[in-house]
Design a protein around this ligand. Sequence first.
Ligand SMILES: Cc1cc2nc3c(=O)[nH]c(=O)nc-3n(C[C@H](O)[C@H](O)[C@H](O)COP(=O)(O)OP(=O)(O)OC[C@H]3O[C@@H](n4cnc5c(N)ncnc54)[C@H](O)[C@@H]3O)c2cc1C
Ligand SMILES: NC(=O)c1ccc[n+]([C@@H]2O[C@H](COP(=O)([O-])OP(=O)(O)OC[C@H]3O[C@@H](n4cnc5c(N)ncnc54)[C@H](O)[C@@H]3O)[C@@H](O)[C@H]2O)c1
Length: 470
Amino acid sequence: MPNVIDADLCVIGAGAAGLSVAAGAAQLGRKVVLVEKGKMGGDCLNYGCVPSKALLAAAARAQAMRDGGKFGVYGEPTVDFPAVMAHVRAAVAAIAPHDSQERFEGLGATVIREAGAFVGPRALAAGEHEIRAKHFVVATGSSPAVPPIPGLEAAPYLTNETVFDLDALPGHLVIVGGGPIGCELGQAFRRLGARVTIIDALEILNREDPEAVGLLRARLDAEGVALRERAKIARIDARAGAVSVALEGGETVEGSHLLLAVGRRANVDGLGLEAAGVAYTDKGIVVDDRLRTSNRRIYAAGDVAGGPQFTHLAGDHASTIVRNILFKMPARRRDRLAPRATYTDPEIAAVGLSEEEAAKDHPGARSARWRFADNDRAQTEGRTEGFLKLVADQRGRILGASAAGAGAAEAIGLVCFAMADKMSMRAFTNVMPAYPTRGEIVKRAAGAWYAPALFSDRTRLLVRLLALFD
Ligand SMILES: Cc1cc2nc3c(=O)[nH]c(=O)nc-3n(C[C@H](O)[C@H](O)[C@H](O)COP(=O)(O)OP(=O)(O)OC[C@H]3O[C@@H](n4cnc5c(N)ncnc54)[C@H](O)[C@@H]3O)c2cc1C
Ligand SMILES: NC(=O)c1ccc[n+]([C@@H]2O[C@H](COP(=O)([O-])OP(=O)(O)OC[C@H]3O[C@@H](n4cnc5c(N)ncnc54)[C@H](O)[C@@H]3O)[C@@H](O)[C@H]2O)c1
């Protein structure tokens, strides 16, 4: 007989989405059961954002030394790879207590460290327990996709779940997939001293602004990352310490390690979704705009909910669900407000609509841009590549933005703030940022948006008329 636990809310998965739902509900006094089969903190803490950004930080240090010459500061970095990985592990360990079982038990939740599977529309089995809850939230995340490439089934390969366990720097890392994972890790390993080749069937970061991607491509090239874009892989042969990737057309890329970064697969297998009456596709669980599944008592959040895959969006899903379940508010998901940021150097970031997308639904929408080359702080730092582009409708309401360059993600953060409150470009022209900061670029781009109206014949006439009162 299972140990039956009655609860108000049962959350499956203790990653960004599940932890945020559980923390909110437990602190609001509801009886919460949190079920996690792996590490507390999920992908972001253990195999994703945190270790990758810690690795990028170490890589940036090494690159800063190499780039010092133009400042009159000379020196080549000595990279102690085990010490780099110790930094990566220390960053994860520093954040881990926030996501820990102890913290959640302290908040009043029951934490069960088992795989969960539905056994009915309102019952979940987890080890020796059966949880019967008024509501469930499926927040089981995603896993690295494995493409059907001949030879891969017999090849040893790394994914984001194993690459941070490396204790020696790869000689030549061959990365399949030039999305955010491939580009971030490719640049990091190159800067730390490895040879790196990135192979993509399309183009790297193919969802991003082509002008921004062009800047990154040039930088990767200058740093010695070999790119093979629009390259179809015919076959992969690999054994420990040696990999050979045959491309259609005859070229073969030889390396020492293989890293797969070709996208994600939603974690829906083994969850008993059929028993719960929850519909899903190969993209993830089917949800409505309140994140309800086909079983109205079961919600889905984060990567498993089929939309864009980001930690901040998983957190936002959690707050949508908390408002729906606990406050009985018809809160809706806000995926369109989720920024995308790839933390390469230069950074590439965007939110909302591009100019082309805006033109479809917003007649008269237009964009304005400012270059970091015209930003004094960027000049003082000798890092002037990149731009910010703002898109607004006819009345100035902000619809989106894209940016490239050092600090691009922070600049987009300001745009996110304005979009969440439906502000217009006026909000940016009114603000008085400190000089000299990279953040000034937002005010300057907004100023450029108003420039055609401000310096029009009409405004000149008005100024001439007012001059009569001098
Ligand atoms: C290398 C990499 C870098 C990234 N960098 C960034 C970044 O810089 N910024 C950003 O916003 N996003 C980034 N992401 C994406 C981000 O990590 C994810 O969007 C986020 O972790 C999704 O959170 P989640 O809660 O949906 O899923 P997860 O964090 O994957 O959590 C799901 C949890 O559910 C558990 N689980 C699964 N099935 C079961 C089951 N049956 N029973 C019990 N438990 C189960 C899993 O063990 C896991 O702990 C990155 C991802 C990767 C891979
Ligand atoms: N900075 C961040 O926020 C960040 C960083 C890393 C990951 N992530 C999240 O993780 C998710 C997964 O990242 P990802 O980079 O694995 O996936 P992705 O889907 O973004 O990119 C995968 C790339 O692999 C290529 N590809 C697919 N199949 C291929 C094949 N058989 N051969 C060669 N190339 C192939 C695609 O053309 C694409 O460019 C992203 O969608 C993102 O949301 C976010």
